[in-house]
Design a binder for this molecule. Structure first.
Ligand SMILES: [Zn+2]
Length: 305
């Protein structure tokens, strides 16, 4: 994929899958960063940001949504830069109570560094960042409280995990919550398709200009999910466990069946869509991750590649 030119005032610190991209929007001596990465990478995020800021003051950290790979660096950035953090309105109370159940930390067996949100970003809110006016738009689906940020004049969209070059983030609400994720995602994608956008800055992967192709791929994935619910579960379990493997680098294979049966989101997704025994789920998962090149087996360990 070719690198695309970014408008002046916009820098994208492209990270891997464990940490979401950080979008640095600078104007004059001030800057805002959208999404802060994973807590395991917090020091790296601080270093990258210092470079990108180049002496500018970090005025605020804004999060597109409430997942550990997007808001995991908030606590550290708050401590180092002394800046306030803003989160989507729907997450504000949950974050400030640090409700590990509602933030899905417990259900997904993930860790996040607790931070305090100073401000709630409302859908429809307009704000100047990096020399452009951005509108916060609701983007439910992957996270029902997610926002995306659209700059109509620059025709840029910061999409978080609502739209990637090849798909979108796990539909948690289908795996573990009350459902409605497919319909919400469709409405979000349709809303994005109506926006004037030439450049998408996704939460993961390089910024891209193939907006129509990306939307087509996302709609196709959504149709596949709709036709076969098991795909939602297989996709979600695979992505979430690959993420887990990236966090801890290696996993003892003997522990995998019990782990998948103990961590609520895997157990529930399996119960709802697959109906496999823990052993069968574990052997499918490890074979699938190895086949996809995401993991390799070494003795009784599964390693992230
Ligand atoms: Zn996410």
């Amino acid at each position: 994929m070719s690198r695309v030119a970014l408008p002046a005032g916009i820098q994208v610190l492209e990270r891997g899958w464990l940490s979401a991209n950080n979008v640095v929007l600078t104007e004059g001596g001030g800057a805002v960063v959208v999404d802060s990465g994973h807590c395991h990478h917090a020091e790296q995020t601080v270093d990258l940001l210092r470079d990108a800021l180049d002496g500018a003051t970090l005025d605020e950290v804004v999060c597109t949504h409430g997942h550990v790979d997007h808001m995991g660096g908030n606590a550290r950035l708050q401590a180092v830069f002394g800046c306030p953090v803003a989160v989507p309105e729907g997450l504000f109370e949950r974050v400030n109570r640090w409700d590990e159940e509602a933030l899905l930390l417990r259900a997904t067996d993930q860790q996040g560094d607790r931070f305090t949100a100073a401000r709630a970003v409302r859908a429809g809110e307009r704000r100047a960042m990096g020399g452009y006016e951005w509108v916060a738009l609701p983007a439910p689906g992957h996270d029902m409280d997610a926002l995306v940020f659209h700059a109509p004049d620059a025709r840029v969209l910061i999409s978080g995990d609502a739209l990637w070059r090849d798909g979108f983030g796990i539909l948690f609400v289908e795996l573990y919550g009350e459902g409605g994720g497919i319909e919400a995602t469709r409405q979000t994608l349709e809303a994005i398709a109506r926006l004037p956008v030439d450049l998408v800055i996704p939460g993961h992967g390089a910024p891209f200009v193939e907006v129509d192709e990306a939307l087509e791929a996302a709609f196709a994935r959504l149709r596949a999910f709709e036709e076969d619910g098991a795909r939602i579960a297989r996709n979600g379990i695979r992505a979430l466990f690959a993420f887990r493997l990236m966090e801890q680098r290696a996993f003892t294979l003997d522990d995998l069946p019990d782990y998948l049966d103990r961590v609520p989101i895997y157990r529930e997704a399996n119960r709802r869509f697959l109906g496999l025994s823990p052993d069968a789920l574990a052997s499918w998962l490890q074979a699938d991750l190895v086949r996809a090149g995401v993991a390799r087996r070494e003795g009784d360990l599964l390693h992230a590649t």
